[in-house]
Design a protein around this ligand. Structure first.
Ligand code: PTJ
Length: 247
């Protein structure tokens, strides 16, 4: 039991969610390593949503609202950390959820689907009848009516190969990744360098604000966005945060 007064309460509770996810068979054991990498970057970022992240979150909301066929990819870490928040976002932007795993087993896919359904998810793509071109069999399995056909894909904590494959298919790929230097962060169309626990509710908030905006206004937000520049801003924000420490 972690006392609320602990100075690292939030961070430790988040870690606890991943541990519980592994115990329930929802999260892969590798998810623990991913969480550790994420925590390290979050420390460097200052455990807050930066200006560049906020900008990318707003553009992501606009892209999801503009999409003809949006989809949200869910893996074992997402299912453990933000299941209710991701269901809420899926409802706000009318994008189905699709369980898509790096360390894929049918047992874990089904457990995650049941987990999401038990929390109220209704809009789920559950087939695995298509393959992402260039991705080895199990990792490349997707739903032909879901990720395969989608025009805009939100991929929190994605791996670089699949991100690249989705971009190569002509899709707009929105990545959430605390590491601005990862291949996923570098290869996505819109990269959000923020913790998924903060990013998902922020995208939902922007989507609610932008929902009644004119299409041209949303298009303007997406067209003006420069992902390379925004990533450079993210790295500069980390450098500024580190420079602010007194040694
Ligand atoms: O459930 P599966 O089988 O699909 O596996 C999911 C993981 C995440 C284990 C798998 O995709 C993996 O091994 O990912 P990587 O290669 O470790 O990359 C995870 C990336 O997500 C790293 O760049 C981390 O910095 C980042 N990350 C970790 N936790 C968070 C995060 N980004 C945002 N929010 C987090 N909480």
């Amino acid at each position: 039991m972690i006392p609320k007064s602990h100075p690292r309460y939030e961070s430790l509770m988040t870690r606890e969610l991943i541990v519980k996810g592994v115990e329930k068979g929802i999260t892969s054991i590798h998810g623990l390593i991913a969480q550790g990498r994420g925590e390290a970057f979050d420390y460097l970022i200052g455990e807050k949503t930066t200006e560049s992240a906020l900008k990318a979150e707003k553009v992501a909301a606009a892209a999801l609202l503009l999409a003809k066929k949006p989809i949200i990819s869910v893996n074992g870490n997402v299912a453990a950390l933000v299941p209710k928040k991701i269901i809420k976002l899926s409802e706000i932007v009318d994008a189905p959820l699709e369980v898509n795993l790096f360390h894929r087993t049918e047992e874990r896919v089904n457990k995650i689907i049941q987990h999401l359904r038990s929390l109220g998810a209704k809009n789920l793509c559950t087939k695995s009848d298509a393959l992402l071109p260039g991705i080895e069999h199990e990792r490349g399995k997707v739903d032909s009516d879901g990720i395969f056909r989608a025009d805009v894909v939100l991929v929190p904590l994605e791996d670089g190969d699949r991100c690249e494959a989705l971009v190569d298919m002509g899709k707009t790929v929105i990545a959430i990744d605390l590491n601005p230097l990862s291949r996923t962060a570098q290869g996505a169309s819109i990269t959000i360098v923020d913790n998924i626990t903060r990013a998902v509710p922020n995208i939902s908030k922007f989507a609610e604000e932008l929902k009644n905006s004119k299409k041209d206004a949303l298009l303007g937000l997406v067209d003006e966005f420069d992902n390379r520049k925004n990533l450079a801003d993210a790295v500069n924000e980390i450098a500024a945060h580190l420079a602010s420490y007194q040694y």
